[in-house]
Design a protein around this ligand. Structure first.
Ligand SMILES: [Zn+2]
Length: 152
């Protein structure tokens, strides 16, 4: 087993976000197992990161709404730097949610070997609780490996 075969779990130490009235709905959504974003009542687009105003139509009211939790790996990188001695490599990913292709989360891809992550991989949300925050991480969706495109 090489270092890159290790199952990614994310970094050993996390810097947690500071909760406020504008972002609390997002960081605590995992408490009931749902990923949620602000959605505009006028143009119906999801808005992330949280904003006081819809950047698409400048109209409407933004209200938190659940999404499926399914997405696709848009981009990723593998961190090999051992910030904590003995820590395994972990994957930092940019995930696009299925509901809207310009809503992307910078996250960790977990529960799979770093070498198995690829652009276009179907993923689903899973949450890691740390203090009063539920971090949305992503793992391969059931059947994700079958959807992998063959190498050129
Ligand atoms: Zn809008």
């Amino acid at each position: 087993m090489t270092a890159t075969d290790a199952v990614a779990r994310g970094p050993s130490v996390r810097v947690l976000p500071r909760l406020d009235d504008a972002n609390r709905f997002f960081w605590t959504a995992g408490e009931d197992g749902h990923l949620r974003f602000l959605r505009c009542t006028a143009c119906r687009r999801y808005v992330h990161p949280p904003s006081p105003v819809c950047p698409y139509c400048l109209d409407g009211t933004l209200v938190p709404e659940d999404v499926s939790g399914n997405g696709v790996v848009h981009s990723f990188t593998v961190n090999h730097q051992q910030w904590i001695p003995g820590s395994d490599p972990y994957v930092i990913g940019l995930v696009t949610i299925d509901e809207q292709d310009d809503v992307r989360l910078t996250t960790n891809l977990v529960d799979c070997a770093a070498d198995d992550v690829h652009v276009g991989m179907a993923v689903e949300v899973t949450f890691e609780q740390a203090e009063d925050v539920w971090l949305p991480l992503f793992r391969p969706a059931p059947g994700a490996e079958a959807a992998r495109e063959p190498a050129p």
